[in-house]
Ligand binder design. Structure first.
Ligand code: GUN
Length: 294
C-alpha cells in the first residue's frame, strides 16, 4: 500500500492563516517587522528572499529588504546589523546565507541580537536548544520538521528517529530538539553521516527517518523499515530529463520507491520547504510579542 503523503503545503497554509489572525488580534500594539538582508546575486538566494517577502505580506508582517552587491563589505554589513538590532520597527533579522566570499558568516550571525535571531542560528539560541530551554528561537527547518513529525506520529515517546546529515542548520539542532523530554519530542535519536560506510545499518532501524544530507535520491527503498515515517529535507536542483536545459527540485529520498515501503512520507517540493518559511513567520510573531511584552 502506498504511504500517506505528509502535505507540508497544507500544514503551512493552516499555520499561516492562524498567524494572520493572530497578527490582526495584536494590531493595537503595531505590526511585526522582519528585516531581510541579501548580499550578492546568488540566484537561489534571490528566489528564497522573494518567497520570504511574499509570505510576510500575505499574513500582514512588514518586510524590509536590504539588498546590496557583493562589494558591500563585511564592515558595512556588521554596521547595518547593529542598526537593525536597535531599530524598534524590526523584530526579526534574517541575513540570507550563503554570504559571498570574503564575509565571515560566523561573525555576521553572532552580530545579530539573539532576541531578533528569527533564523535561530545564533549560538545562544542553539545553546538553549541543547539544554531544552524552549524560550528561544528554534531554527526554522528543524522546527518545521518537528511539527510535521508530531502531526503524523501522535505519541513520540521512545520512537527511534534516525537523522541522516549533521549540518548546523538541520541535523544537529533537530537531533537536540527531538531528544528533549517534552511531548513534541522524547525520542531516541541517532545521527548518521558521511563517515559511515553503510548508513542503511542505521536507517533500517528508524521509526522516523529524516533525510538531510543534500544528496539527491540517497535514501532507497531497501534502506527504509516498512511502516516508517520519512521526512525529506533535501532541496537538490538537478537536470530535468523531461525538460532539456531546465532544472528540477528533488529531495534526498527516492520518493516513488520509498512511498511503497513507508507508512508516511513528505514530498519534495511541497513538504519541508513551505514549513521552513512558515516557522520563520511564527518566529517573527514570537519576537514581536517578546519585544512588546505581550
Ligand atoms: N539559506 C538556506 N537556508 C536558509 C535559512 O533558513 N535562512 C537563511 N538566513 N539563509 C538560508
Amino acid at each position: 500500500m502506498s504511504a500517506e503523503i505528509i502535505d507540508g503545503k497544507q500544514i503551512a497554509t493552516e499555520i499561516r492563516s492562524k498567524l494572520a489572525e493572530e497578527i490582526i488580534s495584536l494590531s493595537s500594539h503595531g505590526v511585526p517587522g522582519l528585516a531581510v538582508v541579501l548580499i550578492g546575486n546568488n540566484p537561489a538566494s534571490e528566489v528564497y528572499v522573494r518567497m520570504k517577502k511574499k509570505a510576510c505580506s500575505d499574513i500582514g508582517v512588514n518586510s524590509y529588504e536590504y539588498s546590496f552587491g557583493e562589494d558591500y563589505g563585511e564592515e558595512n554589513l556588521l554596521k547595518l546589523i547593529d542598526e537593525l538590532n536597535n531599530d524598534s520597527k524590526i523584530n526579526g533579522i534574517l541575513v540570507q546565507l550563503p554570504l559571498p566570499r570574503g564575509y565571515d558568516e560566523k561573525k555576521v550571525i553572532e552580530a545579530i541580537s539573539p532576541l531578533k535571531d528569527v533564523d535561530g542560528f545564533h549560538p545562544e539560541n542553539l545553546g538553549r536548544i541543547v539544554i531544552g530551554d524552549r524560550d528561544c528561537f528554534q531554527p526554522c527547518t528543524p522546527y518545521g520538521c518537528q511539527i510535521m513529525i508530531k502531526r503524523t506520529v501522535k505519541n513520540l515517546k521512545g520512537k527511534h528517529v534516525v537523522i541522516v546529515g549533521r549540518s548546523n542548520i538541520v541535523g544537529k539542532p533537530l537531533a537536540n530538539m527531538l531528544v528533549q523530554k517534552n511531548d513534541m519530542a522524547n525520542c531516541i535519536v541517532t545521527v548518521c553521516h558521511s563517515a559511515s560506510e553503510d548508513i542503511s545499518k542505521f536507517t533500517l532501524q528508524a521509526d522516523i527517518l529524516v533525510a538531510a544530507a543534500g544528496s539527491p535520491g540517497l535514501i532507497k527503498a531497501d534502506m527504509v523499515k516498512p511502516g516508517a515515517v520519512v521526512i525529506d529535507v533535501g532541496t537538490n536542483r538537478v537536470d530535468d530529463p523531461e525538460n532539456p536545459g531546465k532544472c528540477k527540485l528533488v529531495g534526498d529520498v527516492d520518493f516513488e520507491a520509498v512511498k511503497e515501503v513507508a507508512a508516511a512520507i513528505s514530498p519534495v517540493p511541497g513538504g519541508v520547504g513551505p514549513m521552513t518559511i512558515t516557522m520563520l513567520l511564527e518566529n517573527t510573531v514570537k519576537a514581536f510579542r517578546l519585544h512588546n511584552d505581550i
